[in-house]
Design a protein around this ligand. Structure first.
Ligand code: BJW
Ligand code: ZN
Length: 255
C-alpha cells in the first residue's frame, strides 16, 4: 500500500513538473484536518439541520433567524481554526507557478487565503461576507459575531450570508474565470471533494477537454481519502489525508 502511495506521489510530481498552468479544485476535505466538518455525513443533516432549511433561498425566506443562527455558529467555529499543512502546501505551489496557478475552492472558510494563497476563486461564496437582500451590497465582515437578523448599514434591509445555496447560480464572473482556467490548465489537482455538487464538478471534464476543444487533454490528479465521483476521470489518484500528501508533493518538487 505504501508503495502505491509513493508511486502515485511520484506521478503527481511528474505531472506538475512539466505543467505550465495549474488549477486546484478544493472541497471540504482540504479543511477537515483543520477541524472544519465536511458536508456529506451519512445522516444527511448539517449540524442537525435539514439541508433545505439552512442552505436554500426558500429556507432563508421561511426562517431567516434559523439560517443566521446556523451561519453565526459556522462563523464562530471557523474563527477558531487555522490552515493545515495541505493549505500551506498549495500556497507554496502558487509561489512556484505565480499567475499560472489558481485555487478554485468550493469552501467558504477562507483558509486558503489565511495560508497565503493569493490567486483564489471562491465559487460558493464566503462565510466572511454578507450580501444585502435590498441593495445587493457585498461586504467583508470578517468572522465577528453578527445578530440573528442583521440589517444593512446602507439601506436597513435584511442581510444574508454571501454564500451560494442550492438552486442559486454561482457568481457569473467568478464561475467564468474558473471555467476558463480549467480549460487552459495542463494539470488539475482535485483535492478533498466528493465531486457530487454541480456545476463545480464540471470543472473536471472541462480540464480533461471533454466539454469542448482542448488540443492536449489536461492531467487530473485526485487527492482524497477515498475514491469519489471524480475518480473515473482522474489520471492519478493519491489516497490519504491531503494535509500529509500535498506537502509530500512539494518535497518531491524541491519546494
Ligand atoms: C478528505 C479528507 C482529508 C475528508 N484529505 N480528503 C436536484 C435537486 C436540487 C438541485 C440539484 C439537483 N440535482 C442537481 C442539482 C444542482 C445542485 C447540485 O449539484 N446538487 C447535488 C447535491 C445533486 N447544485 C446547485 O444547486 C448549484 N446551483 C445551480 O445549479 O444553479 C442553477 C441555476 C442557474 C440559474 C439560475 C438559478 C439556478 C449551487 C450549488 C451550491 C452548493 N453550495 C454548498 C452549500 C454552501 C452552504 C454552506 O457551506 O454553508 O457548498 S453545497 C456543499 O457541497 C458546499 C460545498 O462547497 C459543496 C461541495 O461539497 P464538498 O466540498 O465536495 O464536500 P463533501 O463533504 O461532499 O466531500 C468531502 C470530501 O473530502 C470527501 O470526498 C472525503 O472523502 C474527503 N476528505 N477528509 C482528503 N483529510
Ligand atoms: Zn442594503
Amino acid at each position: 500500500m505504501a508503495d502505491d502511495l509513493d508511486a502515485a506521489l511520484d506521478r503527481a510530481a511528474d505531472a506538475l513538473r512539466s505543467a505550465r498552468k495549474v488549477v486546484v479544485l478544493t472541497g471540504a476535505g482540504v479543511s477537515a484536518e483543520s477541524g472544519v466538518p465536511t458536508f456529506r455525513a451519512s445522516d444527511g443533516l448539517w449540524e442537525g439541520h435539514r439541508i433545505e432549511e439552512v442552505a436554500t433561498p426558500f429556507g432563508f425566506r421561511r426562517d431567516p433567524q434559523l439560517v443566521w443562527q446556523f451561519y453565526n455558529a459556522r462563523r464562530a467555529n471557523v474563527s477558531k481554526v487555522a490552515p493545515n499543512p495541505g493549505h500551506y502546501a498549495l500556497a507554496k505551489l502558487e509561489q512556484r507557478w505565480g499567475e499560472d496557478f489558481m485555487v478554485v475552492t468550493q469552501n467558504v472558510d477562507g483558509l486558503h487565503r489565511a495560508a497565503g494563497s493569493r490567486n483564489v476563486l471562491e465559487i460558493h461564496g464566503s462565510l466572511h461576507r454578507t450580501r444585502c437582500t435590498g441593495c445587493g451590497e457585498i461586504e467583508d465582515r470578517g468572522l465577528e459575531p453578527l445578530g440573528e437578523l442583521p440589517a444593512c448599514p446602507r439601506c436597513a434591509e435584511l442581510l444574508r450570508p454571501d454564500i451560494v445555496w442550492f438552486h442559486e447560480p454561482l457568481p457569473a464572473a467568478v464561475w467564468g474565470a474558473a471555467q476558463l482556467a480549467s480549460h487552459e490548465c495542463d494539470v488539475l489537482l482535485v483535492v478533498g471533494t466528493s465531486a457530487v455538487v454541480y456545476p463545480a464538478a464540471d470543472l473536471i471534464p472541462i480540464a480533461k477537454g471533454d466539454r469542448g476543444l482542448k488540443p492536449v487533454p489536461g492531467t487530473v490528479v485526485e487527492f482524497n481519502l477515498t475514491r469519489t465521483e471524480a475518480s473515473v476521470l482522474a489520471d492519478v489518484g493519491v489516497y490519504g489525508p491531503s494535509g500529509q500528501t500535498l506537502p509530500k508533493v512539494c518535497e518531491r518538487l524541491g519546494l
